[in-house]
Design a protein around this ligand. Sequence first.
Ligand code: HEC
Length: 135
Amino acid sequence: MQMTYRLLALIPLTAIVGVMLVVANCAAEEIPPADAKFFREEVLPLLKETCHRCHGAKKQNSGLRLDSRDAVLKGGQNGPAIVVGKPDESLLMKVLKHDGDIQMPPDKKLDDDEIAIFKKWIEKNAPWPIDKKKS
Ligand code: HEC
């Protein structure tokens, strides 16, 4: 009998946690305008200029595309390219810093301030506003 009461007590609790999760999710999807601007003006041009010829629509070296947030999160042969919010754990930062066997871009290391742009972007939870005009 007591067990039944305990289970009943769980129902409102589950509902409250559920609502909180939904609210948190909605909030996470809204990208602050400053972050959207930062992505469009700094991150995206850098990706286009230095990565997309090998990790874009035409070519996907190591199975990796860097032309959408989902693709970056999915990653390539070695798994997700970034860990959202954690540049230090992100493969993308490792390859840019030429820390291991894979070094990107292959021909030349990016400047420190360019690498810092990717770091800041991952720290900001990798905002990737969808361009409404295109979709
Ligand atoms: C000239 C072509 C070329 C360019 C430009 C290039 N890459 Fe790569 N990338 C490769 C190749 C080839 C591999 C596979 C390397 C290997 O496995 O040793 C790779 C692998 C990677 C990986 C590892 C993926 C995995 O899961 O194995 C990451 C992350 C990556 N690139 C990020 C980048 C980023 C970020 C840029 C732009 C700053 C970039 N690459 C530019 C050719 C390129």
